[in-house]
Design a protein around this ligand. Structure first.
Ligand SMILES: Nc1ncnc2c1ncn2[C@@H]1O[C@H](COP(=O)(O)OP(=O)(O)OP(=O)(O)O)[C@@H](O)[C@H]1O
Length: 262
């Protein structure tokens, strides 16, 4: 099967530190996979490499068979890759609706003249995008009003706005960086179901960075483990959980065994 995403011997250094070290990674369309590893293992750096925030020092990154290396983050979004961040990055003084419309900017076709003169073409396009934003608001289960300022929403709701904004770009692949961080068990369960619906109902391929092993084990078809920038294991969740190298990596960093075995 053709890969949606393929990383070949990707390396990223920060001065003397090798944050990502010759990592190979392949992903077929329609999968939900997780990347795990102790703090500082290189997980977020890997996301930053895929989304064009950093350029690899060595190696190749292919999406649908075409190289992403050297493209700007907005060009990579336009190719079909969206992401959410470990720490929420919303425009606090903008409404829920406005935040989601921002996520659609790569798809906006009206030109500056249309916008300036509010031509029928502009108004029709805006109406369609607003309708789609409302559909996304319903899809992620936001309870807040679309006109509420993002900064006034509770944390769990802000996370949903962030996801809706990422979905607004109509991605083929979404990268979720710790989507359940700071959530209570009920919110975590709800988010886990939502992630599965991204794939099942929208057909989006998902890569997840996740610390909660219950989520990882429950949702991932495959797990990749990084430690000190290197891929140390990869496979089905149960297989990875029993892998002595993985257990060692977590224990070596003083993380309780429960984090892996739990
Ligand atoms: N911009 C940067 N400049 C210098 N060092 C960096 C930079 N970004 C990341 N690093 C270093 O690279 C290593 C990998 O960091 P990264 O954030 O990718 O790890 P992580 O696995 O996502 O960790 P966590 O689970 O704590 O988020 C760490 O040692 C980190 O300090």
């Amino acid at each position: 099967m053709a890969y949606l995403l393929e990383l070949k011997k990707v390396t990223k250094r920060f001065g003397g530190l090798v944050a990502v070290n010759r990592v190979d990674f392949t992903l077929e369309p329609g999968r939900i996979v997780s990347i795990i590893g102790p703090n500082g293992a290189g997980k977020t750096t890997l996301f930053n490499l895929i989304t064009g925030i950093y350029k690899p020092d060595e190696g190749e990154i292919l999406f649908e068979g075409r190289s992403l290396v050297g493209l700007r983050p907005d060009q990579i979004t336009a190719r079909g890759i969206a992401r959410t961040f470990q720490n929420i990055r919303l425009f606090g003084n903008m409404t829920v609706m406005e935040n989601i419309l921002v996520g659609m900017h790569t798809r906006f076709r009206a030109n500056p003249v249309d916008i300036l003169f509010q031509t029928p073409r502009f108004r029709e396009e805006e109406r369609q995008l607003r309708e789609e934003a409302l559909r996304l608001i319903r899809f992620v289960g936001l309870r807040a009003s679309p006109d509420e300022l993002a900064k006034n929403l509770p944390y769990g709701e802000q996370r949903k706005v962030e996801l809706a904004r990422a979905l607004a770009a109509r991605p083929k692949l979404i990268l979720l960086d710790e989507p359940t961080a700071g959530m209570n068990p009920q919110e975590t369960a709800e988010t886990t179901r939502l992630i599965r619906r991204l794939r099942d109902e929208l057909g989006i391929t998902v890569i997840l960075i996740e610390h909660q092993m219950r989520v990882v084990m429950g949702i991932s078809e495959r797990v990749t483990v990084l430690d000190y920038g290197e891929k140390i294991a990869e496979g089905a969740p149960e297989e990875v959980r029993r892998n002595p190298r993985v257990i060692e990596a977590y224990l070596g960093r003083g993380v309780a065994m429960g984090a892996v075995a739990g």
